[in-house]
Design a protein around this ligand. Structure first.
Ligand SMILES: *Cc1c(COP(=O)(O)O)cnc(C)c1O
Length: 386
């Protein structure tokens, strides 16, 4: 047994570190060892339970209800809103697209209208569900969706558009799209509007302003395995009311086995990530998340200031949340820079140039990174010089 774990340790040794705050993408570290331990314990306790049938495992249905009840007021959801726990942001988005498509069976060639900065998960949904993707360029300066352009695209695809999406914030640039005017335009045209709050949904509500659910927003996704700092495998998908969610359910009785009734894409699914999220969210609590969000936000602003002052670097946009996108001048290349940072023990994620938007370095700031911000800036200076 010790040999097995030695082997696992050896395999892990080549991975990026998940803790310590020096990996600025993929992982989220609260810097709270007790929260991590609680998550791991709950994950193990429920690892073998099966969300296939919540009547057989009522604990899972209860924990799902509890998490949705915590999330609703945070994202400003109306009281009649309903929610589902999914395996991640991609599954939440896939289901939002599938549900929008299947609510409009009369539309034979459905499309979704999306700002070019939406997450790749929307492209995956387009691919899986044959919903055409209509990309709309964002403002080249603010990197935010342009409501007039989105509305024009909706009108150009009148009768076929089943969904419009916005990000709060976008992964690539960390800016919040103007939700209210886009949701209003969608509602006027009878089109659903999904808010992708996968990465900001557990941060923005804990900063100063209360988060609103503008009229016209029909669904919203928020990942707990990001800024709720829970083990991987948990996101929430909220619908404004039960009728909007209905097409999400899948039932199959036309076979000799058990009647399948699934609310998500998975059938058999571990209750571990759900239980872990339930425990970590309870343990950290609203006040704890407020502190973690403030810490990550302070670190983001300090890094933003350091980067903006650098002669060879600039921000793609001022950060609305806890993500930064860094552009370089002509003498620097983001891929080389990211290699030089990795050589100094920091992982930053290069992002490709796309439709007139320059290549950038992506930084996701977690609470645990805050203590290392000055070290990061020093390493960045060295990496640029190299
Ligand atoms: C992370 C993310 C997703 C996808 O989530 P996964 O959990 O990686 O599947 C979608 N949208 C945004 C804005 C994200 O940051």
């Amino acid at each position: 047994m010790t040999d097995l774990f030695a082997e696992l340790e050896e395999l892990r040794a080549r991975d990026l570190p998940t803790h310590g705050g020096r990996t600025l993408a993929y992982v989220y570290d609260s810097g709270l060892p007790e929260a991590d331990e609680i998550g791991r314990r709950a994950l193990g306790m429920f690892a073998s339970t099966n969300g296939l049938d919540p009547t057989a495992f009522p604990s899972l249905a209860a924990m799902e209800r509890d998490l949705i009840a915590v999330a609703k007021p945070l994202v400003g959801a109306p009281s009649e809103a309903v929610g589902t726990v999914t395996s991640g942001g991609t599954e939440s988005i896939l289901l939002a697209v599938q549900t929008a498509r299947d609510a409009r069976p009369e539309v034979t060639e459905p499309v979704m209208v999306v700002p070019t900065t939406v997450h790749g998960a929307f492209h995956k949904a387009a691919h899986y569900f044959r919903v055409g993707l209509v990309p709309v360029d964002v403002d080249p300066v603010t990197k935010r969706a342009v409501p007039e352009a989105v509305t024009a695209a909706l009108d150009a695809h009148a009768g076929r558009a089943v969904l419009v999406a916005v990000s709060t914030p976008s992964y690539a640039h960390g800016v919040v799209d103007p939700v209210a005017p886009i949701a209003a335009a969608a509602a006027e045209r009878g089109v659903r509007c999904h808010v992708d709050a996968c990465i900001g949904g557990w941060v923005l509500p804990f900063l100063d302003d209360p988060v609103a659910w503008p009229p016209g927003v029909t669904s919203l996704s928020v990942d707990l395995h990001k800024y709720a700092y829970t083990p991987k495998g948990v996101s929430l998908l909220l619908h404004r009311d039960p009728a909007l969610r209905r097409p999400q359910f899948f039932a199959a009785a036309e076979w000799p086995g058990y009647t399948m009734l699934n609310s998500t894409m998975q059938s058999t699914k571990s209750g571990g990530p759900l239980a872990a999220a339930w425990a970590v969210v309870r343990h950290i609590g609203v006040d704890g998340y407020r502190e973690l969000a403030a810490t990550a936000r302070r670190a983001t602003l300090r890094l933003a200031e350091g980067i903006a002052a650098h002669p060879h670097l600039r921000l793609a946009a001022p950060p609305d949340s806890t993500l930064l996108a860094v552009e370089t001048d002509a003498v620097l290349d983001v891929f080389t820079l990211s290699d030089e940072m990795l050589a100094r023990g920091w992982f930053v994620q290069p992002q490709m140039a796309f439709r007139g938007l320059p290549a950038t370095l992506h930084l996701t700031l977690c609470a645990a990174t805050a203590a290392g911000v000055e070290d990061f800036l020093a390493a960045l200076d060295e990496a640029v010089a190299a």
